[in-house]
Every structure is written in C-alpha cells, then in structure tokens.
Design a protein around this ligand. Structure first.
Ligand code: AMP
Length: 212
C-alpha cells in the first residue's frame, strides 16, 4: 500500500493538525513547507530572509525555491517509506514537479473541505509558538509551547487583512489543483468541518482502504 499522501485544502482547513495525526498513524514524516519556511525565517537563514516578506503579505514563495526545498526534504531517509505533505503542492507547476519527484508513483490526495466563514473564524483564533513556530493546536501545554516552552502568539500572517489575501491566493493558485487531481484514483474529498477525531478517522480510512 502506498503511503505517499498530499493534503489539500485552504488555510484553516486543519491540514497541519490532521497531517500530523495521519503521519503518526502511518509511521511516516509530516512534511510541512509552511513550518520549514517559518523555521528558516525564525533562524534568519538566507532562505528565511528571502521569503520573509512574501510570507508576511500572504503571497506564495516561488515555485523553483519550493520545489528545491521539497526535493531535498523527500530525499532524506525518513521519507523513503512515505510522507504526508502539508502545504505542498500549491500550484500546478509544483504538482507536476512532485509527480516527477515520486517517479510517477500514485499519490493519495486528500482534500479537506471547510466553508469559508468557518475558515476565517478558525484562522482568527489560531496560535503558534513565537519561538519555534509550532502550531499550538498540536503542541500546547498550559498556554505555552509543548515543544520548547515558548509563548504562544498569533501567526504574522493570520491577521484579518492577510487572511483575506491568503484565501484569495488559495482560490486563484491552489484550488485548481482539485481539478488537476480529481480524476486520479487516490483523490478523496473529506468534510473537514466536523470534530478533529471524525476527520482523522475518515482520512485514515481513505489511505488504508484505497490503493491509488
Ligand atoms: P502554511 O503554513 O502552509 O499556510 O504556509 C505559510 C506560508 O508559507 C504561505 O502563505 C506561503 O507564503 C508560504 N508557503 C508554504 N508552502 C508553500 C508552497 N508550497 N508554495 C509557495 N509558498 C508556500
């Protein structure tokens, strides 16, 4: 059974939380391009300095940079048995590059569907760790980050104006991926507006029952 998974869906749909749960269940790494970029920004690496302003504005980092980042990450030994990609691909160009990276192996593509007003509500309340960038929904303990003890803050790009821009970019650049993948055998749409446990159970079922 293939364990190469792509999570699709707009910002706030629960991709991060669900990707983490699914990856743990499958015994493969969650590969979050947003987390990788936020860590680069926090550490002020050359990549971080390059992408900081475009991320803060809600735009997309260039395809060439993203494809190189994911190529390197998927080449690590821990990703050999599989991976759960969270936040990549976000454009058709990235999807085509991913197809090449996996040598045409079929992917499970799981789309989380959540109504727009619910997305805006969720994004307004979301918190991350100010020190390491971890998503608080996954790693909070007593109001502090469970991973490093840092204090929790709103993400730079979760303010109302940037949220609107990220949703606009999603509809323009990323939503066409649903059409791109719709006919592939591993594609599934999942109602993401239910409880996290119900969504997680459905996602796990989709991956274990289907053979893309
Ligand atoms: P995320 O945590 O997935 O919402 O990503 C946060 C931000 O990182 C996005 O708004 C983009 O600016 C950037 N980003 C993450 N993944 C990608 C990607 N695959 N392509 C382009 N930009 C990305």
């Amino acid at each position: 059974m293939g364990r190469d998974v792509v999570m699709l869906g707009p910002p706030g749909a629960g991709k991060g939380t669900q990707a983490e749960r699914l990856a743990n269940r499958l015994g493969v790494p969650r590969v979050s391009t947003g987390d990788m970029l936020r860590e680069a920004v926090a550490r002020e690496t050359p990549l971080g300095l390059e992408v900081k302003s475009v991320m803060a504005s809600g735009g997309l980092v260039g395809d060439a940079v993203m494809v190189a980042l994911v190529r390197d990450r998927l080449a690590q030994p821990d990703a050999a048995p599989g991976f759960v990609l969270d936040g990549f691909p976000r454009t058709i160009v990235q999807a085509e590059a991913l197809e090449e990276l996996v040598g045409g192996r079929p992917l499970h593509v799981l789309e989380l569907v959540v109504p727009e007003d619910e997305l805006v509500r969720r994004l307004g309340g979301r918190r991350v760790c100010g020190s390491c960038g971890a998503n608080a929904a996954m790693s909070e303990r007593g109001g502090r980050c469970a991973r490093c003890g840092g204090s929790l803050v709103q993400r730079d790009d979760d303010g109302a104006a940037v949220v609107r821009e990220r949703l606009r970019v999603y509809h323009r650049d990323t939503a066409p991926l649903v059409e791109y993948y719709r006919e592939s055998p591993g594609f599934r749409r999942i109602d993401g507006a239910r409880s996290p446990d119900e969504v997680a159970a459905d996602l796990a079922r989709a991956v274990t029952e289907r053979r893309p």
